[in-house]
Design a protein around this ligand. Structure first.
Ligand SMILES: [Zn+2]
Length: 316
């Protein structure tokens, strides 16, 4: 059976899997990213685990796809990733090539997620769409004419760091008012904490020891007015940004994925409402807002594996 390797490098854990052409995970494994202070040791251990998985099988490897924070598709590098222990520029592709005589591609995790949706998810058959991952931060992958947009330097599609509020909330990128400080699993928690400080009414959120996006969703599902207002505000920030984004690439659909997207209609409905409200009339009522159908626990390795399959098979 032909398989690609999909590797997703995260700040804490790295997961990998052998993915067949239909997007089924055949074997999977993980290692602790933080245990390896040297990236070359990390790659050596990962290569060893993958080779062990291949020992007793009829798998035929076609290529390796890697999704990583600040992964650069053109250079095969990770560059200045804030969440990783390795500093500076890591020549990841070269390091893997020391262990595998196979083509290897690197990109950022959101771009990998976009390719995963295109091959194995809700964007099957679409040529123009955007994937927005609403996790700790907000990542995005733009697909235009069937290809991921990488831009001149390989870093295109940073919707999370477009500014929605001048002089707004401080962002991890050191600027202020980026979309991800409002529309992400951590952004919605910031909104909740801000609102709770001055809230005069009664809310279920006041009784919570710890606020998370899941808890805000639970309270909203019980009809809590403040929790619903927090989702409305989050949807307004996201919908406003998406309306502007639609004017640039004219997507058929925008696909939401990740922790905050699990809130379903609670986040989709206000986002759709405000997106249409702020949208240029040319585009109104044309853009589908969807939730990803790729299984969440495997999405990262499926996306990375899809990156390899897409390159092996060429244009779709
Ligand atoms: Zn930012």
């Amino acid at each position: 059976m032909k398989v690609s390797v999909g590797i997703d490098i995260g700040g804490t854990n790295t997961v990998w899997g052998l993915i067949n052409e239909q997007g089924q995970v055949q074997v999977e494994g993980s290692i602790n990213t933080r245990e390896y202070s040297k990236p070359s040791d990390f790659v050596a251990k990962l290569a060893l685990d993958i080779k062990n998985a291949l020992l007793d099988s009829t798998f035929e490897l076609v290529g390796i796809g890697v999704g990583a924070p600040n992964g650069n598709y053109f250079k095969g590098t990770i560059e200045y990733a804030p969440n990783l222990v390795w500093e500076g520029i890591i020549p990841l592709q070269k390091m893997f090539q020391a262990h595998f005589n196979l083509p290897i591609w690197v990109t950022n995790d959101a771009n990998a997620a976009a390719i995963g949706e295109m091959l194995f998810g809700v964007a099957k058959g679409m040529k123009d769409f955007i994937v927005v991952t609403l996790g700790t931060g907000l990542g995005s992958g733009f697909v235009v004419n069937g290809e991921v947009i990488y831009g001149h330097d390989g870093f295109a599609g940073e919707l999370g760091h477009t500014i929605v509020e001048r002089n707004g909330r401080t962002c991890g990128c050191s600027r202020k008012g980026c979309l991800e400080t409002y529309a992400s699993a951590t952004g919605i928690v910031r909104t909740a904490k801000e609102r709770l400080e001055n809230y005069q009414g009664k809310s279920l959120l006041q009784e919570q020891a710890k606020i998370s996006s899941k808890i805000i969703a639970d309270c909203a599902n019980q009809g809590d007015a403040l929790a619903l207002e927090i989702f409305d505000y989050t949807g307004e920030q996201l919908g406003f940004s998406l309306a502007n984004t639609v004017a640039i690439s004219s997507p058929e659909a925008i696909i939401l994925f990740g922790g905050l997207a699990n809130a379903g209609a609670l986040i989709v409905d206000p986002t759709q409402h405000y997106m249409e409200h702020y949208m240029l009339n040319l585009f109104q009522n044309k853009v589908k807002l969807l939730i990803s159908t790729v299984p969440q626990h495997q999405a990262a390795i499926l996306g990375a594996g899809a990156l390899a399959w897409k390159n092996v098979n060429g244009a779709l």
